[in-house]
Write a protein that binds this ligand. Structure first.
Ligand code: COA
Length: 260
């Protein structure tokens, strides 16, 4: 089901989505936002998918931002709609019940960093650069950048990135907690796929419960968060995978999780 804007492959439970506008550094126009929205909706319901890897085509960019050419002519109402279109898609990614890994293969700027931040994990090439350069266009982030960056790495780094617009290296992004891992560019694909394979073999309902705990707990007080975790923990005892995982440990063998 690949489209010209998005290459889609599935192998051993890993669905790879590759944004495919390399001549425009994979900039997010409305059609690409819609293609991503449809692809994530499909990944949610397709039982063959255990984990999603999101990346950009070509050697230079993950995504160099929202499409500036498309935005240039928008009216205020259209600008708001464009923002809502991206924000809704990214919220779908963030709330997906399966882990999503951003494989950051180059520039992740503006909407590119916003897209990477709504993924659950980020693995970056050491050559990657990330930033929120909207200020240089007389703009501010419009796909949740100010909010997710704030939650990921606090006020100081958020204000530095968004007020100056200057991109930072992958290594600095790692120090700030914006990305999880930085690997040599030549090893990015192999390292990301190794991580994806690990998650594809994990118990899907436990992964889902964990994603829910972080999504809910990130936005509520400690009492509600702990209560929610206990409820999710209890729910795990209804799964065959929990019986399998604990039995496999006791029998000193590898578990085979089925997602039931
Ligand atoms: N929207 C639309 N087109 C974009 C784009 C964007 N966000 N980012 C890059 N492109 C296009 C360029 O216009 C160029 O197209 P062209 O060949 O038809 O002129 C092509 O992609 C290659 O980009 P170019 O600028 O020539 O590459 P570079 O290596 O010199 O610079 C960047 C790379 C990432 C530094 C530069 O492209 C850039 O600053 N992009 C915009 C980043 C940004 O502000 N993002 C936030 C948007 S809200």
């Amino acid at each position: 089901m690949s489209t010209s804007l998005l290459q889609i492959d599935t192998d051993a439970g890993i669905r790879t989505l590759r944004i495919n506008r390399p001549d425009k550094l994979n900039a997010l126009n409305a059609a690409t936002l819609d293609a991503l929205d449809a692809a994530f909706a499909d990944a949610e319901t397709d039982a063959a998918v255990r984990v999603v890897v999101l990346t950009g085509a070509g050697p230079k960019a993950f995504v160099a931002g929202a499409d500036i050419a498309e935005m240039n002519a928008l009216t205020p109402v259209e600008g708001r709609d464009f923002s809502l279109r991206g924000t809704r898609m990214m919220r779908r990614v963030e709330k997906l019940s399966k882990p999503v890994i951003a494989m950051v293969n180059g520039f992740a700027l503006g909407g590119g960093l916003e897209l990477a931040m709504c993924c659950h994990l980020r693995v970056a090439a050491d050559s990657a650069k990330v930033g929120q350069p909207e200020i240089n266009l007389g703009l501010i982030p419009g796909f949740g950048g100010s909010q997710r960056l704030l939650r990921l790495c606090g006020r100081a780094a958020t204000l530095e990135l968004c007020l100056t617009g200057a991109p930072i290296t992958a290594e600095r992004a790692l120090q700030l907690g914006i990305v999880n891992r930085v690997v040599p560019a030549a090893e990015l694909e192999a390292e990301t796929m190794k991580l994806a394979a690990q998650l594809a073999n994990a118990a899907p309902l436990a992964l889902r419960g964990m994603l829910d705990c972080v999504n809910v707990g990130g936005e509520c007080g400690i009492e509600e968060g702990l209560e929610y975790e206990s409820a999710q923990f209890g729910l795990m005892f209804a799964t065959e995978d929990m019986r399998e995982g604990t039995a496999a440990f006791l029998e000193k063998r590898k578990p085979a999780f089925t997602g039931k």
